[in-house]
Design a protein around this ligand. Structure first.
Ligand SMILES: NC(=O)c1ccc[n+]([C@@H]2O[C@H](COP(=O)([O-])OP(=O)(O)OC[C@H]3O[C@@H](n4cnc5c(N)ncnc54)[C@H](OP(=O)(O)O)[C@@H]3O)[C@@H](O)[C@H]2O)c1
Length: 324
């Protein structure tokens, strides 16, 4: 099969299309012929040699895909997939390729009405946002929700999902154009992080019940300040570094929580439970158009280097798709 690999650690230019042996589905896995995959921030870190795949996962970059089932491995339990079914899947790796073997619990149907290009950009954002904001932080319809980086892949999905489920949505982005997109997607309050202080905006509104954060260390202190009493800060990204001071006194007074998770590193059973919950709770909203995948652009797998450069330059809104 053709696959994109990083020939060495480095910038986008180290990505190259190459020939690799076809993967063989092991017990509990299906083989998917990839139609589309999408770029994630973690892909940049893996390309730079800073984020190795978990044990047993493909060395090929790529955390999600859409496509058709090419073959079924042994021991699939109660799964009812057939060869030729259109699916999308959450991956621990291997998406930047024509074929990928996937644990069957991470294979999901394509929501009704979605193209395979749109579906290829869906698993990572849907599973990340649903598992963190709803399953873990328990966002309620009466809550105030702050998501940073509202115009990114995660942000565009989180705004829509939280808004569809009734929460009041606050979001940050770095330009007026990006904030306008966030407002179109359902954000109630948009904050230009280059010009405004999100802590002030949230404090005046009564504080955030849930914050989904991509900035890590750089925003830890301000995020804790922006939390409401009993608020939950969920950190999923480290774009602003990994080490910072935490004011425990402020956390105690607010009876607040700081949580951090990585989807990729979770055991396959947990990923299967997240995928099942996403199919049950999120897919109906995607199918009826309340939540959609925002695809900035789609380009062939061979242009993965250009796609990585685009994400590094933050020149995108939503997801960048690669077609196999
Ligand atoms: N833990 C997990 O399981 C998991 C899973 C998926 C993703 N993630 C993480 O989630 C984050 C978002 O992923 P993504 O795919 O949505 O990436 P993305 O599309 O590149 O979005 C990142 C966003 O960060 C924003 N940003 C940059 N500096 C900022 C600042 N100072 N304040 C607020 N926002 C800022 C950018 O907005 P502007 O262009 O407006 O500056 C951009 O829209 C990444 O850190 C990724 O690693 C974690």
């Amino acid at each position: 099969m053709r696959a994109v690999i990083a020939t060495e650690s480095g910038g986008p230019e180290v990505l190259a299309l190459t020939e690799l042996p076809d993967p063989v589905p092991g017990p509990g896995e299906v083989l998917v012929r990839v139609a589309a995959t999408a770029v994630n921030r973690a892909d940049m870190l893996q390309r730079m040699g800073l984020y190795n795949p978990p044990p047993g996962a493909s060395e090929v970059i790529g955390l999600e895909c859409s496509g058709t089932i090419e073959a079924l491995g042994p021991d699939l339990g109660e799964a009812t997939w057939s060869v030729g079914d259109e699916v999308c899947a959450l991956l621990a790796g291997g998406g930047y390729a024509e074929l990928v073997a996937v644990p069957v619990g991470q294979v999901m149907p394509v929501p009704a009405g979605l193209s395979l290009v749109e579906a290829g950009a869906l698993p990572e954002v849907a599973c990340t946002v649903w598992s963190n904001v709803f399953m873990l932080a328990g966002l309620q319809a009466t809550d105030r929700f702050l998501v940073h980086g509202g115009a990114g892949g995660i942000g565009t999905f989180a705004i829509q999902l939280a808004s569809a489920l009734g929460a009041k949505v606050f979001t940050t982005a770095g330009s007026a154009e990006k904030l306008a997109v966030c407002a179109d997607l359902g954000a109630d309050v948009t904050i230009n992080y280059r010009e405004e202080d999100f802590v002030e905006v949230l404090t005046q509104a009564g504080g955030a019940d849930v914050i989904l954060d991509n900035m890590g260390a750089a925003y830890l202190e301000r995020n804790v300040k922006a939390l409401a009493d009993e608020g939950r800060l969920v950190i999923i990204g480290m774009q602003g570094g990994t080490k910072a001071e935490l004011d425990i006194a402020r956390l105690l007074t607010k009876r607040a929580a700081v949580l951090a998770t990585s989807l990729r590193a979770r055991p396959t059973e947990e990923k299967a439970a997240i995928c099942a919950s996403v199919v049950e709770n999120v897919w109906p909203l995607v199918a009826d158009g309340a939540v959609r995948t925002v695809v900035h652009t789609s380009m062939p797998l061979a242009e993965a280097a250009r796609a990585h450069q685009l994400m590094e330059d933050s020149g995108h809104v939503g997801k960048i798709v690669l077609t196999a």
